[in-house]
Ligand binder design. Structure first.
Ligand code: BDP
Length: 738
């Protein structure tokens, strides 16, 4: 759809009002105007941050001189992908296809490649030693006395990453003079986890169906797969786990492995390896064995043969992700064996092929709910040092479960002999699904910068994860993908930013959320500062806003049962105590909060002493985690001088107010954004405002039955009765488990 505006004065006069000649001339004028006006193309978000719209005039002029010629080989698939991307990008940004050459022959050459792939790069004698396999440098140089730009790496993939970086500079309007950039990823495995089922349902997915069209694979390779790979490569993601951690063993059967191989073929040129989630009981379900005991020789042989079969089809297969003995999934404990036994058995069969096992630490016992916060630590720490060296233990950012805000997981820093992978959730299961605008950059940043004190001050989670704290060779970050078949990939335009920031922080955990938000906004919408600044402010405030209107002051797990949509702090009963809200908030007439101090569940003692001391002390614990670690009287005072009850209400309202402000900001920015995307964001913010209000009102109505206290002055009472909020049901909320 193409939108054009015709000003009132341009409307052709009706024929009866003028001579036919004048009418025709006017019509011709309008047609001409329409033809030369830059048409505001409707945008549906499909292009993500790789839109390559024309650069602003001044910048474009400089870029045309600086990148007059592209010298990039195209002998391998990755090289071709690199050159295609440069052509596509430069054509869009500069309005004309770049001149391609085999060697630099003019000023303004852009050289992209490796010393092996491009003699003119070899001749520059650049120092590439410390760039490793994936790093690159971008430098302004002189070649035969003429100005040139070089993007150089040791591998084709490194050069591809460098090309994307250069395009990013141009897309965000940065100058290309005097460039001297070196980039090396700090984390080895930068992986998306798709929770996609083989029937295309996506667990906790809010953006349509799975993008993997399993039924038509391997015969039909949807072009979307290539665009997916391009988008990932542009932010340095180098792995993808194709299927749900609640795995179906079918993925390991021959027909599905052919489909996996076909996808691997699409990903390979973009430096992306594929992985699958393996179901631990697969030898029984598809192998005809009567046990999956990891120490049973027949079971080991079965996995050995399976690994060989996979690698025959996918030589660069990444390995297995495993959810075992968690939430009813099978695992080694079913056979009296440990997590280490299970992980090592799989690691052993993958090792000769170079594959890894990503073994999840998201476990909690089926029977006895000791404080759930403590269970992963209790189960895993005793096995530190027992895992084979191609095993990573994958740990969620916090100890409960992707809540709006959690203190960092106590396992970080507590298993020095094991590489620990970070698992973030990109899909917003507990943060308003895809309708709420919540930028996750600040949340990721908060966790990565948290200090575990494992080896003294400065032992940040980032250093645990990137392996530098203990000198691990393997390191990784996983993100539970928010990608689906929706045209805009992520269910909303702003949720693309969460995919983007995940990739950027996986590459470099020290990059800051604000810089990434700026970068993304400039590429995705507009480089105009009058737009970028307010949008970035809005993004940066959005996570705190959601925490405020959902789970302020360290409250957690208060969402609707099962689907996790909307407020339901009243949930109780059912199969397990730790699947209820009352288990987590523990509100009584006296107070609220989960006592995890040394006199409560003692979860605090799982942190290093300097951290434990702070968390244990209600006067020192960061206020955002107050009720996470403490049960506090309603009338106790908090830092603001308010009582706890008043503060809680204040924060709920503050969150709603922030969403109202975000909406106002966005509404005023319509002239910078195409109407389609502007409209959808505007409507989603309206939904968010409504739902934030619902969260506030329902939560206040409920907690007031415990506190028995009046609302602070000026605070509006909930719009409906508590009974009304409790009566709401959402049997078809998206993303639920199947
Ligand atoms: C929970 C999700 C559930 C996942 C589980 C997991 O609700 O759907 O299977 O995490 O991470 O947050 O395994």
């Amino acid at each position: 759809m193409v939108h054009t505006t015709v000003n009132a004065g341009q409307h052709p006069a009706p024929a009866s009002q003028g001579r036919p000649g004048r009418w025709l001339r006017r019509l011709a004028g309008v047609v001409l105007t329409l033809a030369v006006l830059p048409l505001a193309h409707a945008e549906d978000g499909y292009e993500l941050w790789l839109r390559y719209r024309p650069a602003a005039d001044a910048a474009a002029q400089a870029y045309r001189a600086q990148v007059a010629q592209v010298v990039a080989p195209a002998a391998s698939d990755t090289q071709r992908a690199t050159r295609d991307e440069l052509s596509r990008g430069l054509r869009g940004l500069l309005g004309r296809a770049p001149m391609l050459a085999d060697a630099p022959t003019a000023a303004g050459a852009l050289l992209v490649g490796t010393p092996a792939s491009l003699p003119s790069i070899d001749r520059l004698g650049l120092d590439l030693d410390d760039l490793g396999e994936e790093g690159y440098l971008i430098r302004s140089v002189r070649v035969d006395g003429r100005a040139a730009t070089v993007v150089a790496a040791n591998s084709d993939t490194g050069a591809l990453y460098g090309a994307f970086h250069l395009l990013r500079l141009m897309q965000s309007g940065q100058p290309l003079e005097a460039l001297d950039l070196r980039e090396v990823p700090k984390v080895g495995l930068r992986v998306l986890n798709h929770w996609d089922d083989l029937n295309r349902h996506v667990e906790r997915g809010y953006s349509g169906q799975s993008i993997w069209d399993w039924h038509r694979l391997p015969g039909w390779l949807d072009p979307r797969y290539t665009d997916y790979a391009r988008a990932n490569a542009s932010i340095g993601i180098n792995g993808t786990v194709l299927n749900n951690v609640n795995a179906n063993a079918q993925i390991l059967t021959a027909p599905y492995l052919d489909k996996v191989a076909a996808l691997a073929g699409v990903m390979r040129p973009y430096g992306i390896r594929v992985y699958v989630s393996a179901r631990f009981s697969a030898p029984m379900e598809i192998g005809g064995l009567d046990t999956a005991d990891p120490l049973d020789p027949a079971v080991r042989r079965w996995w050995q043969a399976k690994a060989d079969e996979i690698y025959a089809k996918v030589p660069d297969f990444g390995g297995f992700l495993v959810k075992a003995n968690s939430e009813g999934q099978p695992g080694p404990q079913d056979f009296g064996r440990s997590h280490a036994d299970g992980a090592n058995m799989l690691a052993e069969v993958l090792a000769p092929h170079g594959g890894v096992v990503m073994w999840r630490a998201f476990v909690y016992s089926d029977e006895e709910p000791d404080d759930r916060h403590k269970q992963a630590y209790t189960e895993f720490v005793p096995h530190d040092g027992e895992f084979r060296d191609n095993v990573l233990v994958q740990v969620k950012n916090g100890a409960i479960d992707f809540q709006p805000r959690e203190p960092f997981h106590p396992l970080f820093g507590a298993m020095p002999k094991t590489p620990l992978m970070m698992e973030f959730q990109i899909t917003k299961e507990y943060l308003g699904f895809a309708t709420h605008l919540v930028y996750l950059g600040p949340m990721y940043e908060e966790v990565l910068r948290a200090d575990t004190h494992a080896k003294g001050p400065g032992s940040t989670v980032a250093k645990v994860v990137d392996g530098s704290l203990e000198g691990h060779a393997l390191s990784g970050i996983a993100g539970v993908a928010n990608i689906g078949s929706d045209r805009n990939w992520s269910g909303s335009h702003f949720d693309q930013a969460n995919w983007y920031v995940f990739g950027r922080m996986a590459w470099d955990p020290s990059v800051d959320a604000r810089t990434v938000a700026q970068e993304w906004t400039r590429m995705t919408f507009s480089t105009d500062p009058a737009f970028v600044e307010p949008v970035v402010e809005m993004m940066m405030a959005s996570h705190q806003a959601a925490v405020d209107y959902m789970t302020p002051l360290g409250l957690h797990h208060l969402m609707g049962r099962g689907h996790h949509y909307g407020p339901a702090p009243w949930v109780e009963g059912g199969p397990r105590a730790d699947w209820t809200s009352v288990y987590f908030h523990r509100a009584t007439k006296e107070g609220i909060g989960f006592d995890r101090t040394t006199s409560g569940s003692d979860a605090v003692s799982q942190y290093a002493p300097p951290v434990a001391e702070v968390f244990n002390d209600p006067a020192r614990v960061p206020e955002e985690f107050l009720l996470w670690f403490h049960h506090r009287p309603w009338t106790s005072r908090v830092a603001s001088g308010r009582t706890l009850w008043d503060e809680l209400v204040h924060r709920y309202s503050r969150g709603v107010g922030e969403v109202a402000r975000m909406r106002e900001t966005w509404t005023g920015l319509d002239r910078y954004v195409d109407p389609e995307r502007h409209h959808q964001v505007e409507r989603f913010l309206a939904i968010q405002q409504q739902e934030a209000q619902w969260w506030r009102d329902a939560s206040i109505a409920y907690f007031q039955t415990f506190s028995g206290l009046p609302l602070p002055e000026g605070e509006a009472p909930p719009a409906q009765s508590l009974e009304y909020y409790k009566s709401l049901e959402f049997p078809y909320a998206p993303g639920d488990t199947q």
